[in-house]
Design a protein around this ligand. Structure first.
Ligand SMILES: NC(=O)c1ccc[n+]([C@@H]2O[C@H](COP(=O)([O-])OP(=O)(O)OC[C@H]3O[C@@H](n4cnc5c(N)ncnc54)[C@H](OP(=O)(O)O)[C@@H]3O)[C@@H](O)[C@H]2O)c1
Length: 292
């Protein structure tokens, strides 16, 4: 397929590019300097001359706390950006793959502790989450051949060269070299996900015509405190991690207490689940050592 990859220098975009190429796709990678998704005219100027079958939108405004102060910027990138892309894709008969977030699930699942499925009703709990949910709705409403894929807590090697806002693993490793004791939130359960694994899954998904909404994370679930402990154990860093509550941490934006996503729908389409989070983390830390 002929593919335009928007957000090509971000964490996910950087892992998608080589995998798309390895799968035989002809890819035009587009960095922020080359396309501004909030500007519908510019988007059309960049994309219309290309021979395309599929547009992938891996670009986003991901600053969850800052979105509380500048919701208009978040909406512009996360809602109106995808709307621009969806309209253009529909007009040209292109497919659109768009990424969204587990943060659309800010409520409590019923029954408790059941991973959220694609048919559960979102209840976003902050400006970032609302802007991403609006983006999903625009894509679903305006582009008939869409894949909307919700994921969680991404970490990819591109963060090592400054892509995006960084990631939790890199933040922990940096802090772990500076301090012997850390306090990490232990009352948010989700599934941090390696962009390498997500990219593999997306390459398999776009090979199908099974358009629609999907949940895609590594398998299993954990708290950020548990994740931090495993990062330090695998990295051989002697850091004591004390559990704290979300309220004690005091971030500006609300975050879901439970945003574990049920990935069975995607697994049935692409032939299996994404790897377990332990395995993904270990592989990331190994590849990071080679990358550095
Ligand atoms: N990161 C997470 O933890 C997480 C969790 C759940 C879902 N997601 C979703 O997964 C997707 C990929 O995330 P990621 O972590 O790979 O993101 P990322 O590393 O932050 O990369 C996003 C890319 O988008 C570019 N970009 C930002 N605004 C843009 C605009 N207006 N027009 C064009 N390009 C723009 C950025 O360029 P500049 O940096 O140069 O501005 C950056 O290269 C996003 O949809 C995100 O919302 C991420």
């Amino acid at each position: 397929m002929h593919v335009a990859l928007i957000g090509a220098s971000g964490q996910l975009g950087s892992d998608l590019l080589p995998r798309l190429q390895a799968a035989g796709h002809d890819v035009v990678p587009l960095r922020h300097a080359e396309i501004e998704i909030t500007d519908g005219t510019k988007v059309a100027e960049v994309l219309t001359p290309l021979p395309l079958d599929l547009v992938i939108n891996a670009a986003a405004y991901n600053l969850v706390d800052r979105a509380e102060d500048e919701p208009d910027v978040a909406y512009s990138v996360n809602a109106f950006g995808p709307r621009n892309l969806a309209r253009l894709c529909e007009a040209h008969g292109w497919r659109l793959l768009h990424l969204s977030t587990d943060y659309v699930f800010g409520g409590a699942p019923d029954p408790p502790a059941q991973p959220w499925t694609e048919s559960d009703v979102p209840q976003p709990c902050g400006g970032y989450a609302i802007s991403k949910l609006a983006g999903e709705h625009f894509v679903q409403a305006e582009c008939s051949r869409h894949f909307v894929v919700r994921t969680c807590g991404l970490y990819g090697l591109a963060a090592l060269r400054g892509a995006g806002k960084g990631n939790f693993v890199e933040t922990m490793l940096r802090l772990g070299h500076e301090r012997r004791q850390l306090r990490v939130v232990d009352d948010q359960r989700c599934t941090p996900t390696a962009t390498a694994d997500l990219a593999d899954a997306l390459v398999r998904l776009i090979a199908t015509d099974a358009f629609g909404l999907y949940h895609a994370t590594n398998s299993g679930s954990l708290t950020w405190c548990e994740f931090a402990r495993e990062i330090f154990r695998l990295a051989n860093l002697p850091v004591e991690v004390a559990p704290i509550t979300t309220a004690e941490f005091g971030a500006k934006a609300l975050r879901p207490a439970f945003s574990v996503l049920d990935g069975r729908k995607l697994a049935s389409v692409i032939g299996g689940p994404l790897p377990d989070w332990h395995e993904a983390l270990a592989r990331y830390l190994d590849s990071r050592d080679t990358f550095v």
